[in-house]
Design a protein around this ligand. Structure first.
Ligand SMILES: [Mn+2]
Length: 379
C-alpha cells in the first residue's frame, strides 16, 4: 500500500516535514535512473550528439525522449508509437485512443479527446513527487494510436472498439483507453469480459447514471451500463457509480439502476463519509466475487468549473483533489483490468484543463498500480 494509512515513519532531525512530504522526499532517493540514462543514450545515438556549443552533452541535436516538453511527436507521455499492434504484449501498458463521439446527445467533440489528452500529456514527466514513482524506471508504455471507428455507425464502431480492446487486454498489456464519449464503455467492457471466466466489476465515475436502454432511439453515451450489465459476466451488483447527481440524470436510467441493483454514491455521500471510506465501499462493491475490475472515468464527475471541455457539464461535482485521492486508493488496493477516461471534448476546453485532468487521472492510476506492485504484471 502507499502512503496515508496510518504508518508512522521514523522522525529525522531534518526539516519539519509532514508525513506526505517526508515520504516523497525520502522515496525519491530510492528511485533508479537506469531507464532515463538509456533514454539519453538512445537519444544521442539516434538524434546525433548536440552541437559543439551545447555544454550539456546529454542533449541531442534532434529532440528524442522527454525533453523539451514542447517538442516531439504527441504520443501519450511521449511513449513510443507502436505501429504493429500485434506486438503490444511486449509492453506493460498500451495506450489506445477511441476517437468516437457518435454517442453524444448534446455537445460533441470527444472524437478529439485522444488528441487533446496526448497533447497536454507532453507536459508531464514520468515522475510523481507525492506518489514516489518514476514510471519510466518501472514500466514500459506504448501508444497504439487510435481505433478505426466508424463515425456514422455506432454499432460498427462498437464492434471495432470491442475487437481492439479485447486484443490489447488479451496481450497482457494494461489497457489505457482515451475516449471518446461514454458510449464506448459498453464495447470496452465487452472486449475485456469476453476474456474472463469470472465476473467483471466496474468502478464508474460520473455525474450521470448512463443506465438507460436507449436514448434518441439508439445506444448512446447515456446507455453503456444497461448493455454492459446485460452481458452474462458483468453483473449490475458489481457496478458502482460514483459522483451521480444534478439535473441531468434521466429518470429511465435511474429506474433501471434501482431495478437491477447498481450501487450509486452521490458526491455528498462520498464527501460526508470521507473519501477513504467511500473508496473502500466502492472497492467492496466492484470486487465482490469479481475476477477483474474496470475503471471507467467520466471527466464530468468533476465540478463543471474544472471540466469545461465535456459534453454535459454539471455543477456540484468532485474537486480534483477529492477525485484524485479516490482514484489513488482504488489503484493502490488491487490490480485493475484497465482504465478508460471519457467525455473529454477539446473543442469546448479552456486552457486544456479538461485534457490535463484526464491525463492526471491516468498517470495517478498508473503511479499507484506501480507503487503497490500491481504493475508490471510480469514481474
Ligand atoms: Mn457523464
Amino acid at each position: 500500500m502507499g502512503f496515508g494509512h496510518g504508518h508512522h515513519r521514523p522522525e529525522g532531525s531534518g526539516p519539519a516535514y509532514g508525513d506526505e512530504a517526508r515520504y516523497a522526499v525520502e522515496r525519491e532517493r530510492d528511485l533508479p535512473t537506469t531507464a532515463h540514462e538509456r533514454e539519453i543514450a538512445r537519444g544521442l545515438e539516434m538524434g546525433l550528439p548536440g552541437a559543439d556549443s551545447i555544454v550539456d552533452r546529454t542533449i541531442p541535436t534532434f529532440s528524442r525522449g522527454e525533453l523539451p516538453h514542447f517538442a516531439g511527436i504527441n504520443t501519450f507521455l511521449k511513449a513510443p508509437y507502436l505501429e504493429d499492434v500485434k506486438r503490444c504484449g511486449e509492453y506493460d501498458v498500451a495506450v489506445v485512443g477511441v476517437p468516437f463521439d457518435g454517442g453524444t446527445t448534446y455537445r460533441s467533440g470527444t472524437r478529439f479527446g485522444p488528441q487533446g489528452i496526448r497533447k497536454i500529456s507532453a507536459l508531464y514527466g514520468p515522475y510523481s513527487f507525492e506518489l514516489g514513482v518514476d514510471l519510466r524506471e518501472s514500466i514500459t508504455i506504448c501508444d497504439l494510436g487510435d481505433i478505426f471507428v466508424i463515425p456514422a455507425n455506432i454499432e460498427k464502431a462498437f464492434d471495432q472498439i470491442s475487437k481492439g480492446i479485447a486484443h490489447v487486454y488479451e496481450s497482457g498489456a494494461f489497457p489505457v483507453v482515451l475516449g471518446g464519449d461514454h458510449s464506448i464503455g459498453y464495447p470496452t467492457t465487452r472486449g475485456v469480459a469476453q476474456h474472463l471466466t469470472g465476473n467483471l466489476g466496474i468502478i464508474h465515475f460520473d455525474r450521470h447514471v448512463d443506465t438507460q436502454e436507449t436514448d434518441l432511439d439508439e445506444r448512446m453515451h447515456t446507455t453503456p451500463w444497461f448493455h454492459a450489465t446485460d452481458l452474462p459476466n458483468v453483473p449490475p451488483k458489481n457496478l458502482v457509480q460514483i459522483g451521480i447527481g444534478g439535473w441531468q440524470a434521466p429518470r429511465p436510467g435511474v429506474k433501471v439502476g434501482r431495478e437491477r441493483g447498481t450501487t450509486v454514491m452521490t458526491v455528498t455521500d462520498c464527501v460526508e463519509m470521507g473519501i477513504q471510506q467511500a473508496a473502500e465501499r466502492a472497492l467492496d462493491v466492484a470486487w465482490d466475487g469479481a475476477e477483474a475490475v474496470w475503471l471507467s472515468f467520466d471527466v464530468d464527475c468533476l465540478d463543471a468549473a474544472f471540466v469545461p471541455g465535456t459534453g454535459w457539464p454539471e455543477p456540484g461535482g468532485f474537486l480534483p483533489r477529492e477525485v484524485l485521492k479516490f482514484i489513488q486508493i482504488i489503484a493502490d488496493a488491487a490490480p485493475l483490468a484497465g482504465i478508460e477516461v471519457v467525455e473529454c471534448s477539446p473543442p469546448y476546453d479552456n486552457a486544456e484543463i479538461t485534457s490535463l485532468i484526464s491525463t492526471r487521472v491516468i498517470c495517478d492510476t498508473l503511479g499507484c498500480l506501480v507503487r503497490s506492485g500491481h504493475l508490471p504484471k510480469r514481474s
